[in-house]
Design a protein around this ligand. Structure first.
Ligand code: CAA
Length: 258
């Protein structure tokens, strides 16, 4: 399918989805969110794809929801449409691992989109923020909830109330990003991480996603039980025999997603 606001490339089991509205710093308009949802669906269905990397440009991952598109909308418009209740969260339905490779601005909806990915690799020029308060609104795609879970109340309040930006190092210290890399090697690092993930059993990587994501929804005892039962379930899979057998035979495992 031909897209106008994103570029999709599949190579070596990794789908790279690049947000591509350079004139608007990749602001998330309805066309982009629709195309992104469709590309994520395709990547989910494509058996060749084992990991997805979502990225933007050197200047902006995404500078937020498109302000021009929403500025004149009324409450009835956004409530009726349930603005950002559907396609903007399509990434949460993807069962394959999704890495956000973030350079430049990841603001508002851009920060929220990155946080919905499984983990974030940040270029050293990345800037994260929830500046919606400057526009007279609050975050609308999960910022007040996901940022708070990632960095705690004090820093989340600071970000949302002042609208200030966090640089990549602060974001790493605060736990939003998993690693910071030089801007020029961002894609190399993200693709290397995606390549490593692509070598694993997809049964196991899906189970990892389900277990980690469950930790946000359950009390500890329930989460621990869920994890242990998933661990037990892995013993029904050929890939557990292959993984443990390969270790004992001192060779690399050949997972078959079974
Ligand atoms: N929506 C629409 N257009 C945007 C945009 C956005 N979120 N962010 C940037 N642009 C556009 C600008 O309007 C400008 O377009 P024109 O050339 O046609 O005027 C172009 O992108 C370049 O932007 P700037 O000239 O502003 O670039 P800069 O380098 O001076 O500043 C910036 C960069 C600090 C990121 C600044 O663009 C900015 O503050 N953008 C808005 C950030 C923001 O408030 N994001 C939150 C949006 S609301 C939201 O996301 C709600 C939610 O939670 C769902």
């Amino acid at each position: 399918m031909a897209y106008e606001t994103i570029i999709v490339e599949v190579e070596d089991h990794v789908a790279v989805i690049k947000l591509n509205r350079p004139d608007a710093l990749n602001a998330l308009n309805s066309q982009l969110l629709g195309e992104l949802a469709s590309a994520l669906k395709d990547a989910s269905a494509n058996e060749k794809v084992r990991c997805i990397v979502l990225t933007g440009s050197a200047k902006a991952f995404a500078a937020g929801a498109d302000i021009k598109e929403m500025s004149e909308k009324s409450f009835v418009d956004v409530f009726t449409q349930d603005l950002f209740g559907n396609e903007a969260t399509a990434i949460l339905d993807v069962r394959k691992p999704v890495i956000a490779a973030v350079a430049g601005y990841a603001l508002g909806g851009g920060c929220e989109l990155a946080m919905m990915c499984d983990f974030i690799i940040a270029a050293d020029n990345a800037k994260f923020g929830q500046p919606e308060i400057n526009l007279g609104v609050v975050a609308g795609i999960g910022g007040t909830q996901r940022l708070t879970r990632a960095v705690g109340k004090s820093k989340s309040m600071d970000m949302h109330l002042t609208g200030r930006f966090m640089d990549a190092n602060e974001a790493e210290r605060a736990g939003i990003v998993s690693r910071v890399v030089p801007a020029k090697s961002l894609m190399e690092e993200a693709l290397a991480a995606a390549g490593k993930i692509a070598e694993k059993s997809m049964i196991t990587s899906r189970a990892v996603k389900e277990a980690v994501n469950r930790s946000f929804e359950t009390p500890l005892a329930e989460g621990l039980l869920f994890e242990r039962r998933l661990f037990h379930a892995m013993f029904a899979c050929e890939d557990q025999k292959e993984g443990m057998g390969a270790f004992l035979e001192k060779r690399a495992p050949q997972f078959r997603d079974r």
